[in-house]
Design a protein around this ligand. Structure first.
Ligand code: NAD
Ligand code: MG
Length: 375
């Protein structure tokens, strides 16, 4: 029996993971669940799964006495001796400490929290080496790449091709994109996800995060990672090997399979609940280039990845702050790219060698975005 901790159990990935785990109770036991503020859903999950460890980060006097509170609980949950696999489904840089702690304690980290790798990729690698932990991606593109690689390493890879749905504004003129509303941005054509990543998918900042994520997960250079728009979200990504052969992984847009695979890798488990792929029903599969004029966040993020140091942390912090302001109705959609660009202009050169300097860069980036918009 494998013990599982689900960090962010009340979110889109967290609830999907529990749905998958409900079909595999013979193999996995949920030993810990954590949430940010949704006490009602957390209580329901505790009733169903009876985990021995429960934490509500923003808990208050009304929180059940047996539950832990505060952000230190994430690290506690991630390092419990009874836990073998940590599913990190927290949104944002807030997930980094738990990823580092879990890897340092030798756990398998099923990583949905891509921001961990973007902010602290080198530290994540070092924690895994030191503690003996492993990272298995949950992100569908990276799960696809892992499945296509099938044990082959970086030296066999000529190129990774990461697919992007293109989001709700794929065909909009650039000036219309800049003034898109919150409602427009939350209307994703193919995937149902949390609000932050849904906005990231509309700006294509999500693809920049994923390019950086792929760089650290698979040890390939930025010149070897390409993004292509694929509106149907059926081909989840491709690997071109050094002999020119290209392998792709296909399936309907659902996170159930990537979550299951992150738990079972390298094994494959029988699961009749995974949505069935029908190529005839899928029909035409199309590919097109990214329109960088309408979606500047992708280029900004990849440039930050190439720059290295604290630049990816600045990109991520600025993006998180700008997306929060956009969702609050305080800045226009186009302001997300403006806020990120200015933060990178001011702070991309900050040092990023240790955790403290990365948190400093993260805070500077968030402050920069607030200053840009007088918020
Ligand atoms: P979500 O907003 O639906 O859920 C986030 C979860 O994290 C919630 O349980 C919330 O309680 C918790 N949380 C939020 N802020 C926190 C904080 N400061 N401290 C502790 N816990 C906190 O988000 P989601 O869509 O499930 O995405 C989670 C992660 O997975 C993100 O990194 C996202 O990029 C990644 N991801 C999501 C999908 C998807 O389909 N939703 C696909 C690929 C990758
Ligand atoms: Mg993805």
């Amino acid at each position: 029996m494998q013990g599982v901790a689900i960090l962010g159990s009340t979110g889109s990935i967290g609830t999907t993971a529990l749905r998958v785990l409900a079909r595999h109770r013979d193999r996995f036991a949920v030993r810990a669940v954590t949430a940010h503020a949704n006490a009602a859903l957390l209580a329901k999950q505790v009733g169903e799964w009876a985990p021995s460890y429960v934490a509500l980060v923003e808990g208050d006097a009304e929180t059940p006495a047996a539950w832990r509170r505060g952000s230190a609980s994430l690290v506690e949950a991630a390092t419990l001796p009874s836990v073998d696999v940590v599913l990190n489904a927290i949104v944002g840089a807030a997930g980094l400490d738990a990823t580092l702690a879990a890897l340092g304690a030798g756990k398998r980290v099923a990583l949905a929290n891509k921001e961990s790798l973007v902010v602290g990729g080198a530290l994540v690698d070092a924690a895994a080496t030191r503690g003996g932990g492993t990272v298995v991606p949950v992100d569908s593109e990276h799960s696809a790449i892992l499945q296509c690689l099938h044990g082959r390493g970086a030296s066999d890879i000529r190129r990774l091709v990461i697919t992007a749905s293109g989001g709700p504004f794929r065909e909009w003129p650039a000036d219309r994109v800049r003034s898109a509303t919150v409602q427009d941005a939350l209307n994703h054509p193919t995937w149902s996800m949390g609000r932050k990543i849904t906005v990231d998918s509309a700006t294509l900042a999500n693809k920049a995060l994923e390019v950086i994520e792929a760089h650290f997960l698979f040890g390939v250079g930025y010149d070897q990672i390409e993004v292509v728009v694929h509106p149907q979200s059926i081909v989840h990504s491709m690997v071109e090997f050094r002999d020119g052969s290209v392998l792709a992984q296909l399936g309907v847009p659902s996170m159930e399979l990537p979550i299951l695979y992150a738990l079972s890798h390298p094994e494959r488990l029988e699961d009749a609940g995974i949505p069935v792929f029908d190529p005839v029903a899928a029909g035409r599969l199309t590919f097109e280039p990214v329109r960088h004029d309408a979606f500047p966040c992708l280029g900004l993020g990849v440039a930050a990845g190439r720059a290295g140091g604290a630049a990816p942390a600045v990109f991520n912090g600025a993006n998180e702050q700008a997306v929060a302001l956009f969702l609050d109705g305080r800045i226009p959609f186009g302001g997300i790219a403006t806020g990120i660009e200015q933060a990178l202009d001011r702070h991309a050169g900050l040092a990023g060698g240790d955790l403290e300097s990365l948190w400093h860069a993260d805070a500077a980036a968030r402050r920069s975005v607030r200053e840009t918009f007088g918020c």
